[in-house]
Design a protein around this ligand. Structure first.
Ligand SMILES: Cc1cc2nc3c(=O)[nH]c(=O)nc-3n(C[C@H](O)[C@H](O)[C@H](O)COP(=O)(O)OP(=O)(O)OC[C@H]3O[C@@H](n4cnc5c(N)ncnc54)[C@H](O)[C@@H]3O)c2cc1C
Length: 436
């Protein structure tokens, strides 16, 4: 029997578990550890609450969690409660699937002013992440800005634009829904250093903006290169650019009081304000020969009392594990970090790709493990039994599958009919449900 520990219960962790189950049949015990008492990583804490159909992918992971060889072990933080070295002593292989939960810094003056938040924090706040339950983003001003030109920026801008009514059927947390309902924000500026051809926004997410109840998208037609240029774009990107062109050709709807303004060729230089964010100093850019943004020297101000930076994430280093500072991920070669130690998902590749991208990634690493430790070959490590003893000796109380289900059932039971699903947002609430 082989014993595997997967650290992290997001998509990458679950696809890897699924692949290991297939590769080893009944010959492996796979433990999926997570620092939270409930699983699914960014499916719970990242994917937008008004995109429930995407969150439904967790049903596939449920099946994996229910298979005989797989255990969920929650409420255990690797690096704090147990080290990677200790896991390597207990398991035949350890797979790090801890994602990339840290916001990358903007690296400009003023980014630490109150009112400037990273997307991990802002997204975590509306999705019920316990670390960000108290974020309390300032929504009292009329102007907000979102920095970045990817789907996460669109998520943040859309959430700021929606009415209470548009959140029906979502699982946005109550504190965010109430705060957004009181929000005074009327203009949300999305800043991107390059132009419409360089966006990393997908057509589905862009298309939604044309149907918002109280918000009109605003795009400046002069930002586009000549129409013929669209022909060389990859089909998905061409679709996205076509949607932006449609927005540019449509005057804002006077019946919708809010505006979502796409400000292309805009490089933030500094954030300024008296003790809190009030405006962004922006430099106009143009594309150089290689397609990179080059400053033109022309500057202007964008007013914003809430600024959400959506410029990417990094994986936190773990002691004793080789780390790629530049890439913000574990140093690995094809998923292998060191002997019997692997990385998958965002911790392996960096924060790019969709949920589905993590599937081939997890399968590739599982295949590699299976070729290095063929099914049927003996392992002599204790796995979960050893981990249980170690955690007990440290007073750590892990959650198991039944605990997680109890928490989720309690959450579902708390929902009022017609209102968004209620989620627990604090560790103590989760554990309180279990009588701890
Ligand atoms: C805001 C946002 C919105 C997104 N929306 C979409 C979308 O609409 N569609 C789409 O296809 N993709 C979307 N994505 C991308 C998708 O979420 C990722 O591709 C995917 O979640 C990455 O999976 P992962 O398993 O590598 O990381 P994660 O999902 O981050 O999972 C990592 C897990 O590791 C756990 N962990 C971290 N540190 C430790 C530790 N020290 N000890 C134990 N456990 C630990 C975490 O609690 C978490 O459960 C979105 C991403 C973000 C940030």
């Amino acid at each position: 029997m082989r014993h595997f520990a997967i650290v992290g219960s997001g998509p990458a962790g679950f696809y890897t578990a699924e692949a290991l189950e297939k590769a080893y049949g009944g010959q492996a015990r796979i433990d999926i550890l997570d620092r939270y008492p409930v699983p699914y990583g960014l499916i719970r804490f990242g994917v937008a609450p008004d995109h429930q159909s995407l969150k439904a992918v967790s049903k596939r992971y449920d099946k994996v969690a229910e298979s005989a060889g797989v255990n969920f072990i929650g409420n255990v933080s690797v690096g704090r409660d147990v080290s990677v070295g200790e896991l390597l002593d207990l398991y035949d292989a350890v797979i790090l699937a801890i994602g990339a939960p840290h916001d990358r810094k903007l690296g400009i003056p003023g980014e630490d002013l109150p009112g400037v938040v990273g997307s991990a924090a802002f997204v975590g706040w509306y999705n019920g992440h316990p670390d960000f339950a108290d974020l309390d983003p300032p929504l009292g001003g009329t102007h907000a800005a979102v920095i970045g030109n990817g789907n996460v920026a669109l998520d943040c801008a859309r959430i700021l634009s929606k009415t209470q009514h548009e959140f029906e059927g979502s699982d946005i947390v109550g504190h965010a829904l109430e705060a957004l309902d009181r929000s005074a924000i009327r203009t949300i500026t999305i800043l991107g250093r390059r132009g419409p051809h360089q966006i990393a926004m997908t057509p589905k997410e862009l298309g939604e903006l044309g149907h918002l109840e109280a918000t009109s998208p605003v795009v400046d037609a002069s930002d586009f290169p000549p129409l013929e240029g669209d022909g060389s774009l990859e089909p998905g990107q061409r679709k996205s650019v076509t949607i932006l062109r449609e927005f540019a050709a449509t005057p804002p709807d006077p019946a919708r009081p809010k505006r979502m303004v796409f400000d292309f060729f805009a490089k933030p230089l500094a954030i300024e304000g008296a003790g809190k964010a009030e405006k962004i100093i922006v430099e106009r850019t143009e594309l150089d020969e290689k397609g990179a943004a080059r400053g033109t020297g022309e500057t202007y101000e964008v007013p914003a009392s809430l600024i959400v930076s959506c410029i990417g994430y990094s994986t936190p280093p773990i002691e004793g594990v080789a780390y790629d500072e530049r890439g913000g991920k574990f140093l690995n070669e094809g998923g292998r970090i060191a002997d019997r130690l692997y990385a998958v998902g965002w911790a392996r590749r960096g924060p790019t790709g969709t949920i589905g991208t993590n599937r081939p990634d997890g399968y590739e690493v599982a295949d590699r493990i299976a070729s290095e430790m063929p099914s049927g070959s003996a392992g002599n490590r204790p796995g979960a039994e050893g981990l249980k003893q170690l955690l007990e000796s440290r007073g750590v109380m892990p959650t198991d599958y039944d605990d997680w289900r109890k928490i989720e059932e309690t959450e579902v039971g708390r929902a009022r009919p017609g209102s968004p699903r209620e989620k627990f947002v604090r560790h103590e609430d989760w554990l309180g449900t279990l009588g701890r």
